[in-house]
Write a protein that binds this ligand. Structure first.
Ligand code: GLN
Length: 187
């Protein structure tokens, strides 16, 4: 059975794990670099991107993730996960990211926690999905190899793919729709 690793140092890990299990795959909770050994695909959940960066640097998990993604392992980052995959944060140029995808992001682009909402979006190759925006970022710049898969109602980019990397600004794992996880599992 395909083993899907989920970054599990912080964030909404269990919601992604439920999606992966519902699709019939095995979940590996990744907290240390060694946990990556058996992992064939990897999900980075939402949470707090600064915390992800700090905790994963402490035990070298960040370097292991970067190596594996650069060698072609499929990865799906949502919300804070997308921020880590990006090459930089617009309003915090010194915030560390893993610089794996040719996108720039703006954190908390929709405002504060109170502006969080569940809304319908149109996803390329999938259709309409109901997803949650929780202090969500947006993609402000995308390089030419980046395929844009969804926009919000103000034409901000909120879902994109570059080769083995899929990144979304929102949470697809909270509303129970498994189609984006299925899309990722086919990448
Ligand atoms: N605002 C968070 C950050 O900047 C992301 C929020 C989320 O992942 N739901 O890291």
């Amino acid at each position: 059975m395909v083993k899907v690793g989920i970054f599990a140092l912080q964030g909404d890990v269990s919601e992604h794990a439920n999606m992966v299990k519902r699709l019939g795959y095995e979940v590996v909770y990744v907290r240390n670099p060694e946990d990556m050994n058996s992992v064939e695909r990897f999900i980075i959940p939402g949470g707090e991107s600064t915390v992800f960066a700090k905790l994963s640097a402490q035990n070298g998990l960040d370097a292991e993730i970067i190596n594996r993604v650069k060698s072609g392992m499929p990865v799906f980052g949502t919300c804070a996960g997308m921020i880590l995959l990006s090459s930089g944060v617009e309003q915090y140029p010194n915030q560390p990211t893993w610089n794996l995808m040719n996108i720039k992001v703006r954190r908390n682009a929709y405002g504060r926690q109170l502006q969080s909402e569940i809304t319908d979006i149109q996803v390329e190759d999938i259709g309409v999905m109901s997803v949650a925006f929780i202090r969500a970022p947006i993609i402000t710049e995308a390089g030419e190899n980046v395929k844009i898969l969804a926009y919000d109602d103000k034409s901000n980019i909120i879902l994109a793919r570059e080769k083995n990397i899929l990144a979304g600004a929102f949470h697809p794992e909270i509303t129970g729709d498994t189609r984006l996880h299925e899309y990722f599992m086919k990448m």
